[in-house]
Design a protein around this ligand. Structure first.
Ligand code: AMP
Ligand code: MG
Length: 517
């Protein structure tokens, strides 16, 4: 289930259409958002009211007008000072009830106890043409769950989250979305002094595995059940007709998570911090921190420099997702009450993940009629990519073009061959691949055209994000907006941005991305 794949749910708008600012009631305007009441939001066991902390001299850093339109919000929100202030946390829109939620979780495989929204404040849920969407400010100041943190986010990490969320959307990968970034000159102290920013995030729900773990660990079984019932009702209503709806919920989450992992692996995405508190119950990519889209392919790639053991290395992600699903299952056990049913639901991962991966990778290779030998063909290819540390995105894009052109160009595969150090091993693989394409009984041009729709030309490489960040720090936000447009349609050619589809420069490998930001 992607952010916008929910059937729209008809619910009454629960709040008056005015905005409240410093106790003044203002005229209705583009600040009228269709807030709606939700039982869970009014429940003190899950959420606590929490006011954002204002930031001085806010300014827009980036807008996502595609998402704005999809949410059914008016175009003039970007010119409204009030919206700017509201989405920076300086005033509260009428009908919005800012809150932070409590969750716990396993971090790096170890029970971490209570965590919670330490720097995310939910403004409320709005009714949109794509169903109910939760609007969250990330970086709007401390919450009851901030522990020793400042509740802030820096401009750098906010730009990364904004662009990565939307890059994922462009790649058709389930993700939370990002509506805008606002910035402020207010200093934020990290390894060095940076400036504050707030990202407005959007998702049908930000509920995490960790929310369930929290109530299970505290033995608050009524709350656990109410949470599960809420999630089932809002997002997994097919489970309602099952004899054990909680086992059905678990299995549905297993299925969605398996799909998500196949998506990540297929585009070379490393999340970096797959703790259970960063796992979305809807199978969305959530909490963009030290993530990376791989440049040169390396199955053992670790993108988070704080991950000294490589727990979250690229190749381990599916296995870690499975581990996290076990933690979720453990939390749901008081509701499922049957170990057999829980295990059965969990075992679905062993079928669902390889199947989803076969589908994704088959599509990348242009294969529509699955053969038993396809998996070996794919695995052998991954070994070749590993041995030559081939640029992952460029490889697939070149392969797609080569297939498309191979009917009328004898040298069509040369640009792919050039990527490999051991060219003979590539030649042998190419021969097998061409024989396999014959079984498709479709013109190569059509196969290649299909491949160009699933193998992106553009991903948010670390160095591209870094260039946008450097320019933004000097007050130039144009590259963020250009990247957003390109990443929304990453399968298009965008000839004027050709350099963004090229190899990463050498300095990219020295970029140090860690957890804290
Ligand atoms: P993360 O690794 O970003 O998923 O964060 C783990 C936990 O730390 C979550 O509960 C976050 O809300 C919290 N956290 C991270 N950064 C901050 C911060 N600057 N201030 C307060 N809490 C934070
Ligand atoms: Mg997190």
């Amino acid at each position: 289930m992607g952010v916008f794949e929910n059937p729209a749910k008809k619910q009454a708008y629960g709040f008056p259409q005015t905005i409240r600012s410093m106790n003044h009631v203002l005229e209705p305007s583009c600040t009228d958002w269709p807030w709606q009441a939700s039982q869970l939001r009014c429940d003190a066991r899950f959420q606590r009211p929490c006011s954002p902390t204002p930031l001085a001299q806010p300014h827009w850093v980036a807008h996502n007008d595609v998402l704005r339109a999809a949410l059914g919000l008016p175009p003039d929100i970007w010119t409204s000072e009030r919206v700017l202030h509201a989405l920076t946390g300086n005033l509260v829109l009428s009908g919005s009830q800012p809150q932070a939620s409590v969750y716990s979780g396993h971090q790096f495989g170890v029970w971490a106890g209570q965590l919670g929204d330490g720097r995310a404040i939910s403004l409320g849920e709005i009714s949109t043409p794509h169903g109910t969407q939760d609007i969250q400010l990330k970086g709007a100041g401390p919450t009851p769950y901030s522990r020793r943190g400042d509740g802030r986010a820096v401009l750098r990490s906010s730009i990364r989250e904004f662009l990565a969320s939307e890059a994922m959307q462009g790649l058709n990968i389930p993700t939370t979305r990002a509506l805008c970034i606002s910035g402020s000159p207010t200093p934020v102290y990290r390894e060095e002094v940076e400036t504050a920013a707030v990202v407005t995030r959007v998702a049908p729900s930000f509920i995490r595995f960790g929310h369930f773990e929290h109530f299970a660990a505290h033995g608050e079984l009524d709350a656990l059940q109410d949470l599960a019932d809420h999630v089932i009702q809002q997002h997994f209503d097919q489970a309602l007709s099952e004899s054990n709806r909680y086992a059905a919920l678990l299995q549905a989450v297993v299925a969605q998570t398996a799909q998500l992992m196949a998506h990540w692996q297929s585009v070379g995405f490393c999340h970096g911090v797959m703790n259970t508190d960063n796992m979305s119950i809807l199978g969305l990519t959530l909490d963009y921190g030290p993530f990376q889209f791989m440049d040169a392919f390396d199955a053992n790639h670790i993108c988070n420099h704080s991950d000294s053991q490589g727990r979250y290395a690229y190749a381990r992600q599916p296995q870690i997702a499975n581990w996290n699903l076990y933690a979720l299952a453990q939390a749901l056990m008081p509701l499922i009450r049957s170990q057999d049913l829980a295990l059965h639901a969990l075992q679905h991962f062993q079928i669902a993940y390889p199947q989803a991966l076969d589908e994704r990778m088959g599509a990348k290779l242009g294969l529509t009629q699955p053969q038993e030998s396809d998996r070996a063909l794919m695995q052998d290819l991954m070994q070749l990519l590993q041995a030559s540390r081939v640029d992952y995105t460029i490889f697939w894009r070149r392969l797609s073009h080569s297939v498309a052109e191979s009917a009328h160009c004898r040298l069509a595969f040369e640009p792919v061959r050039d990527l490999f150090i051991q060219r003979e091993t590539w030649d042998a693989w190419q021969t097998r691949y061409l024989a396999r394409l014959d079984i498709e009984h479709r013109p190569h041009q059509a196969i290649g055209a299909g491949m160009l729709q699933v193998n992106p030309k553009f991903v948010l490489r670390n160095h591209l994000g870094e260039l946008a960040i450097r320019r933004a720090k000097s007050g130039d936000f144009a590259m963020i907006q250009d990247l957003l447009n390109v990443l929304h349609t990453p399968f298009d050619e965008h000839a004027q941005f050709e350099s963004w589809a090229g190899f990463a420069p050498e300095w990219a490998s020295s970029l140090d991305i860690s957890c804290s930001s």
